[in-house]
Design a protein. Structure first.
Length: 277
């Protein structure tokens, strides 16, 4: 039976309500059963997406991108402000979110994501921007940079990698920065942010090597989004010299869609150029 997307969803919702499911769209496993009943196979191409750090400029643009994709059956956006929320400085909150997404009784049903995007991070923390000179370094600020831009994202990998599809193509992306490249550092400065982003890259690379053994079809990417119009960049670059978040996300999605799984993480910019680690 060949059904249009709207016809199928109407039929699925009607059948779901007959079985007592109120939030039918939150139960992907249920859809598979309905498709089997209806003699349909193409719906399995539909996918789920998770955006971590969904309240930021780039994170919210990723959410919108997935929402506008007819093939995306569910997009979950998590942040400090979302109803199901986490904080980069609180691992218990991350673990709780992951458990809720795994659970069939959770707010979205049992989730398995084709796309997970970690759009978390900060350049200016507690009013302090990046250090320009060695004399400006202090331990408290350096540790905070690592907590927000490296340790927090590493713990997100720990808790959310298991939610990626196992034996099907999937993608895990974390927002990095060109300044996180050790080889590409020609200007110096920005000590804490540079070091934390380099550490984030290393966490991803190491985790990707391990995770690829169980998820060989997964692409792991450290993404450089370009200079984007956002709170993060507003103090350092004029808006006219930055690209819109939506443009950045469109480009990054196109780049990631062309990447092939190779058992390692790949460091790329929004134009598709490889960045040296």
């Amino acid at each position: 039976m060949a059904l249009g997307r709207s016809s199928f969803f109407g039929e699925a919702i009607q059948l779901g309500h007959q079985r007592g499911l109120q939030n039918v769209l939150a139960h992907p496993a249920y859809f598979a059963k309905v498709f089997a009943q209806m003699g349909c196979t193409t719906f399995m191409s539909a996918y789920q997406a998770l955006v971590l750090g969904a309240s930021g400029a780039i994170g919210s643009a990723f959410v919108s991108h997935f929402q506008n994709d007819a093939a995306c059956s569910l997009v979950v956006g998590l942040s400090r402000q979302s109803e199901l929320h986490f904080d980069l400085e609180n691992e218990d909150g991350m673990a709780h979110c992951a458990e809720q997404l795994k659970s069939a009784t959770g707010p979205f049903g049992a989730c398995q994501f084709k796309w997970i995007v970690d759009a978390t991070g900060a350049l200016t923390i507690a009013g302090q921007g990046p250090e320009k000179r060695l004399e400006a370094l202090n331990a408290k600020q350096l540790l905070k940079q690592f907590e927000v831009n490296a340790v927090g994202p590493a713990l997100l990998m720990k808790h959310f990698f298991p939610l990626l599809l196992g034996q099907e193509p999937s993608f895990y992306a974390t927002l990095s920065a060109r300044v996180g490249s050790i080889e590409d550092n020609h200007k110096g400065g920005w000590y804490g942010y540079r070091a934390a982003k380099a550490a984030r890259n290393m966490f991803l690379q190491t985790a990707a090597i391990e995770a690829s053994r169980k998820k060989p079809l997964c692409v792991f990417a450290a993404l450089q989004p370009g200079t984007v119009q956002s709170k993060l960049s507003s103090s350092f670059v004029a808006a006219e010299n930055a690209i819109l978040p939506e443009e950045s996300v469109t480009k990054m999605m196109a780049v990631m869609s062309e990447l092939k799984p190779n058992g390692r993480a790949q460091f790329v910019d929004h134009a598709g150029q490889l960045i040296p680690w």
